[in-house]
Design a protein around this ligand. Structure first.
Ligand code: ADP
Length: 481
């Protein structure tokens, strides 16, 4: 079975969040299960620089305002179609905005182009390649399904995975004329969304199947509180809606072989985490003592509940925990956390920025990772935490609720607890969870049992990849019908 994945990010080439980890890991996980996945991605500078031989498999004299070509290449073990369109993608900064974080004003054009090419490939534009299924991710590639639906590939099954419903790709109606879609597409059951054009909405409407990245989030987005205006449509499509929890790349994230760690370890040699812990203490200027280090590795945003955390830092310190925070995001939250670090020297350390290596060291050295998200489609950092014996403390929502087993009395005595959940998501409940954590950390047998139990949890892609394969098969049987 040939599946074309269309995505704006893929690890290790370009990553701003969990989406990249998923699109990078899935082709590898599916390879052994009879699915060949090729991935279409934009030719950002770092992608174009990663391959030498530039021979196009398809050319566009004009694609959204300039010349473009598609290259079939293998980079880092991934089979890719790279869309080289310098007028759209050859720019400094991030994939969606400039170096200061402002969105590119022509993002609609950039990702309409990516999507159109996805639709064209589905329709047979590349000789010798015809996918059986197209799998799009988030708003940036959602329109591929609309291009398929209103173009040649109307009979090809399609799937969209929603990694975060908060990002919807909403634009004014004025862009519609430049999308190259037939007039009939500008309709309530097409790409029209509250008078404008909605990229994600268009994909949700056109997809043969909709998935999101955990069963709980799949249910939550049917409610107005989580549906972000799309709950009506999602409910209409509920028979085609599935929740499949993300796995992680267990080779990259393996404490036994991780070269980012100062000291590697297994569940049997947990004491070998200590040098990593010392490295974290040094990097975050924390006191050296036996109190638990609770870490944060996150975008510093409202979604991630960083304001809730910032408001109770004093209480966390008073409860006897230290905090090591790595992240970047809202300037106000960065400021609040830096101020908390200044107030609590030796107890709270903050590093603003993106540091992949440090994120590994933290998972390998900290005692716990706190994730107070207001909503969390799946979340990956709690899965890394489980794998690394860094006990997750999570808000009971989305994928966090699905992947962490709370250390309630029954779970502790049965030896199945892997972390702490709290609800409702507010400062009081978060603090209560931290106090439970500090207490459990003091009872060393309980603590090591939780660490070991987490490290045993199956966080690999294996089971989830199997579920994707089942869904792909279901779609193929629908096509046959
Ligand atoms: P989201 O995709 O919503 O940001 P996830 O938990 O799904 O959240 O994925 C976040 C990913 O980004 C994880 O791989 C995490 O380790 C990584 N990450 C987040 N912030 C940083 C940072 N400042 N430095 C390094 N990695 C980070």
């Amino acid at each position: 079975m040939q599946v074309l994945s269309v995505t704006p990010e893929i690890f290790p080439l370009i990553k701003t969040g969990g989406l990249a980890d998923v699109t990078g890991a899935l082709p590898v996980a599916l390879a052994g299960k009879g699915v060949t996945m090729r991935t279409l991605i934009p030719g950002y500078p770092q992608v174009m620089d990663a391959f030498k031989k530039k021979k196009a498999v398809h050319q566009y004299p004009l694609l959204q305002g300039g010349k473009a070509s598609v290259h079939a290449v293998a980079i880092a073990g991934l089979d890719l179609f790279v869309l080289d369109a310098p007028h759209l993608f050859d720019r400094p900064g991030g994939p969606y905005g400039n170096a200061s974080g402002a969105d590119w004003p022509d993002n609609w054009r950039r990702f309409a182009a990516l999507s159109q090419v996805g639709g064209d490939i589905a329709g047979g534009a590349i000789s010798g390649y015809k996918p059986d299924i197209v799998h799009a991710h988030d708003w940036q590639s959602a329109m591929a399904l609309a291009y398929m639906r209103y173009g040649k590939a109307v009979g090809t099954p399609s799937m969209i995975t929603v990694h975060n419903l908060a990002f919807q790709g909403r634009f004014g109606a004025g862009i519609f004329g430049e999308l190259g879609l037939p007039a009939v597409a500008m309709a309530l059951d097409g790409v029209e969304y509250y008078g404008g054009v909605g990229f994600l909405k268009a994909g949700l409407q056109a997809a043969w199947a909709i998935t999101t990245v955990s069963p709980t989030y799949a249910q939550e987005i049917r409610l107005p509180e989580f549906g972000m205006g799309l709950d009506g449509l999602i409910n209409m499509r509920s028979t085609d809606l599935h929740g499949i929890v993300n796995g992680i790349d267990t080779e990259i994230w393996n404490p036994e072989t991780d070269t980012h760690l100062v000291s590697s370890y297994t569940a049997r040699t947990l004491q070998a985490r200590t040098p990593n812990r010392v490295a974290v203490e040094d990097r975050f200027s924390l006191d050296r003592d036996d109190s638990p280090i609770v870490c944060v590795i996150s975008r510093l945003t409202w979604q991630k509940g960083m304001d809730i955390l910032a408001a109770v830092v004093d209480g966390i310190v008073a409860a006897g925990a230290r905090l090591a925070i790595l992240g970047s995001g809202d300037a106000g939250l960065e400021g609040a956390l830096l101020a908390a670090a200044a107030r609590h020297r030796g107890r709270v350390g903050v590093v603003i920025g993106w540091d992949e290596g440090l994120s590994h060291t933290m998972q390998g050295g900290c005692d716990a990772i706190v994730i107070p998200s207001r909503f969390e489609p799946c979340g990956l950092t709690q899965l890394y935490g489980l794998r690394y014996g860094c006990v997750p403390v999570v808000a009971r929502t989305g994928g966090l609720a699905d992947t962490v087993i709370d250390a309630n009395e029954a779970a502790v005595s049965a030896g199945v607890a892997t972390g702490f959940q709290f609800a409702p998501n507010n400062g009081g409940a978060l603090l209560h969870a931290i106090r439970r954590l500090v207490e459990a950390h003091g009872a060393s047998t309980v603590w090591t049992s939780m660490q070991k139990q987490g490290m045993k949890a199956d966080v690999s892609w294996d089971k989830s990849a199997e579920k994707y394969v089942e869904l792909y098969r279901l779609l193929l049987s629908k096509r046959a019908a």
